[in-house]
Design a protein around this ligand. Structure first.
Ligand SMILES: *[C@@H]1O[C@H](CO)[C@@H](O)[C@H](O)[C@H]1NC(C)=O
Ligand SMILES: *[C@@H]1O[C@H](CO)[C@@H](O)[C@H](O)[C@H]1NC(C)=O
Ligand SMILES: *[C@@H]1O[C@H](CO)[C@@H](O)[C@H](O)[C@H]1NC(C)=O
Ligand SMILES: *[C@@H]1O[C@H](CO)[C@@H](O)[C@H](O)[C@H]1NC(C)=O
Ligand SMILES: *[C@@H]1O[C@H](CO)[C@@H](O)[C@H](O)[C@H]1NC(C)=O
Length: 411
């Protein structure tokens, strides 16, 4: 265990040194959650749980006037964007989430008359239901002449109950909508002032801007450096005094376009379905490897491919789709629109108080008659199995980090 931690932090600092980010590492702990008028995210003391509802690809346009795509012929006549709105109300009522995350293509810019109006209508249920929410952009949000990507994020950030940000203060990084949120431990517990669950949001772009490279955008180096810095900073706070923890708090990452690594999953081992190709960028910008190096990320959640809704595991990071939510988004007639729920549960400490995150579960909710729950699974099962064999884990981890260090030194 000791060995593993040494190899972990030394390689991370090497990586950061080489990225000229060393000032990020300091041992001082400050309150995980600072006071502000925005809602503070915190685990519930009743349930020791924090629940996130992911809504992908609403493709909202002009409300009642915008027709549904890919529904059964008998469903088509009275089906519009308002069905997307109705689904949000239904699923929030059923799940009562602590946070809603909208992972892009929230509006379908091309079919919207006024982007701001569509955005307002798309997120209205979260506001009406008073649920804190966070959003990132997809590749279709800005396809309306009235708002570009920056304008969209500016508009979103000004809305009620949102925790979205455009970008970290004082940093020039690519994209609009790169930020992180901290979820504090239970009020009154030893971890009340620490972030026990870290959420990262990134702008995966829209389309390639490099000539001769076609297709979708990708997460740029500047965004990855920001992510590494935040991750190392949070890990440092979590593992130092007061209440130093042995392992980093788990991280969950949300963005729109799936990474190329989604194609590396063994389709025999995924849960959920793969019914179409994986539309990632045509180049690999390395964000998956960056997350491996950071070491705290447990799962990645994207949208973009509406009729894929699977989760699979690669090098102990879960790669998950939500499945398409919106009725004006392409889909598959007879295959219900859906949403992904993720819930993190805290462990009970010996003294009977709440500690850090013990397990993370995910499932999907379908917009069918019963609002069916499907594909429930625990994230990080493989890890628990490995924990039983500490020796093997240390060896593997050491080999991995030694390789990482030497690679970083070479470049
Ligand atoms: C790294 O994070 C620290 C602490 O959050 C911040 O002060 C600093 O500006 C960040 N630097 C970069 C380059 O992201
Ligand atoms: C269905 O049709 C009625 C009557 O035209 C209309 O008021 C209602 O908004 C429609 N519902 C949806 C979901 O489009
Ligand atoms: C859309 O909403 C209308 C009105 O509430 C409802 O009658 C219809 O069944 C819904 N269509 C789908 C595909 O859910
Ligand atoms: C958390 O911070 C509050 C306010 O600064 C303080 O009163 C409390 O003792 C702290 N709790 C822990 C466990 O550090
Ligand atoms: C809904 O639940 C009922 C009763 O449990 C069941 O008979 C029916 O098949 C379910 N329908 C769907 C669409 O899952």
């Amino acid at each position: 265990m000791e060995l593993q931690r040494w190899s972990f932090s030394s390689s991370l600092s090497t990586a950061l040194l080489l990225l000229h980010l060393l000032p990020a590492i300091n041992g001082e702990a400050s309150p995980a959650v600072s006071g502000s008028e925005r809602p503070v995210l915190r685990f519930s003391g009743k349930r020791g749980e924090f629940k996130i509802l992911q809504i992908a690809d609403m493709h909202f346009a002009d409300g009642r006037k915008t027709k549904c795509l890919d529904v059964l012929p008998e469903e088509a006549p009275n089906c519009s964007d308002l069905n997307t709105t109705a689904f949000i109300y239904r699923v929030v009522k059923a799940e009562n989430p602590d946070l809603i995350v909208f992972t892009g293509d929230n509006i379908f810019g091309r079919d919207a008359t006024d982007a701001a109006k569509s955005v307002d209508a798309a997120f209205a249920p979260a506001i009406a239901l008073k649920v804190p929410w966070a959003a990132v952009l997809g590749n279709h949000d800005q396809e309306n002449p009235t708002l570009n990507r920056e304008g969209l994020m500016q508009h979103i950030v000004g809305m009620a109950y949102t925790l979205s940000s455009i970008n970290p203060d004082g940093l020039e990084i690519d994209g609009f909508g790169n930020y992180n949120l901290e979820v504090a431990g239970v009020e009154g517990s030893g971890l009340a002032n620490k972030s026990v669950l870290n959420l990262y949001f990134l702008d995966s772009g829209d389309y390639s801007t490099v000539s001769k490279i076609r297709g979708y955008g990708w997460i740029k180096v500047s965004q990855q450096m920001w992510f590494l810095n935040v991750s190392s900073h949070l890990q440092n706070l979590y593992m130092s005094k007061p209440e130093p923890q042995k392992e980093p708090a788990p991280g969950l990452v949300y963005f729109h376009i799936p990474l190329p690594e989604f194609s590396s999953l063994d389709t025999l081992k995924i849960s959920g379905v793969k019914q179409e190709g994986i539309s990632s960028a045509s180049v690999n910008s390395g964000f998956f490897t960056t997350m491996l190096e950071a070491g705290d990320v447990k799962a990645v959640f994207t949208g973009h491919d509406h009729i894929n809704d699977f989760c699979g595991e690669l090098h102990r990071i879960h790669l998950c789709y939500a499945g398409g939510f919106g009725y004006h988004a392409y889909g598959k007639a007879g295959w219900p629109r859906r949403a992904r729920v993720v819930s993190a549960y805290l462990e009970k400490t010996r003294s009977g108080s709440w500690g850090g995150v013990q397990s993370i579960k995910t499932w999907k909710r379908l917009d069918d008659k019963n609002l069916s729950t499907i594909d429930t699974e625990i994230l990080g099962k493989e890890e628990m199995k490995l924990k039983g064999d500490g020796k093997q884990e240390s060896r593997q981890t050491l080999r991995f980090w030694l390789k990482t260090i030497s690679c970083n030194l070479i470049h």
